[in-house]
Design a protein around this ligand. Structure first.
Ligand SMILES: O=C(O)CCC(=O)C(=O)O
Ligand SMILES: [Fe+2]
Length: 208
């Protein structure tokens, strides 16, 4: 891209900045689980969305389902501990979350998982992030969303009332306490015409 064109693109781009995490509102879910929600934590979310769509090495995954191999219905990119994040504002976000939640979490957020939901047919099924320590210990998973709003649904493991939060355009949700082992979460498919959404999940070491 020419420097002139790049310059003009960034002149139009809304500047990115993070608000105060003190404004996050906690909801107790029961069974020792909670969520904190902070709408529009990131200003300039569409700028971040545009940069990430272009710059992140998105990968399509396939997985075995019964006797077939099927495409995972979203694109992914993972950043391990120490990997440089694709945009400096994401390191800022991770560090602000680490500082704010340190008294409760007792350790920093270290990894980042990025998901791109291209349209309403992309989704993630009901699950808890229980591959690591989340299956046995209280922990936190913090998710920053940019792009079109999509519903994050939560329900107690084994069934119960479903809680829904629409997340997009710079919104933050933090799932904490026992949430990963006592509740499941999902991004359900939708038949509505929705644009793409990117979610950025920050997790502590050993949680996935
Ligand atoms: O896209 C989201 O906000 C949720 C993603 C998620 O639950 C996961 O990747 O474990
Ligand atoms: Fe998850």
């Amino acid at each position: 891209m020419s420097a002139a064109l790049q310059g003009s693109l960034f002149d139009d781009a809304e500047e990115m900045s993070l608000g105060s995490l003190k404004n996050a509102r906690r909801t107790m879910l029961g069974r020792g689980a909670w969520i904190d929600v902070l709408p529009a934590w990131l200003a300039g979310a569409s700028t971040l969305f545009d940069l990430l769509v272009d710059q992140v090495p998105w990968r399509a995954e396939r997985r075995q389902m019964y006797d077939r191999v099927v495409a995972v219905p979203r694109l992914l990119s993972s950043y391990r501990e120490g990997d440089p994040l694709p945009q400096p504002i994401l390191a800022e976000a991770r560090d602000a979350l680490s500082a704010h939640y340190a008294p409760e979490l007792g350790e920093p957020f270290r990894t980042a998982g990025l998901c791109l939901y291209r349209d309403g047919a992309d989704s993630v099924a009901w699950h808890g992030d229980t591959i690591g320590r989340g299956s046995t210990e209280d922990t936190m998973v913090a998710i920053l969303s940019v792009g079109a709003p999509r519903v994050l649904a939560l329900r107690p493991k084994g069934g119960g009332e479903v809680i829904r939060r629409a997340l997009g355009h710079g919104d933050l949700i933090v799932m904490g306490g026992s949430c990963q082992r006592t509740w499941d979460h999902a991004i359900p498919k939708t038949g509505k015409a929705v644009g793409p959404r990117i979610s950025i999940q920050f997790r502590p070491r050993g949680v996935s």
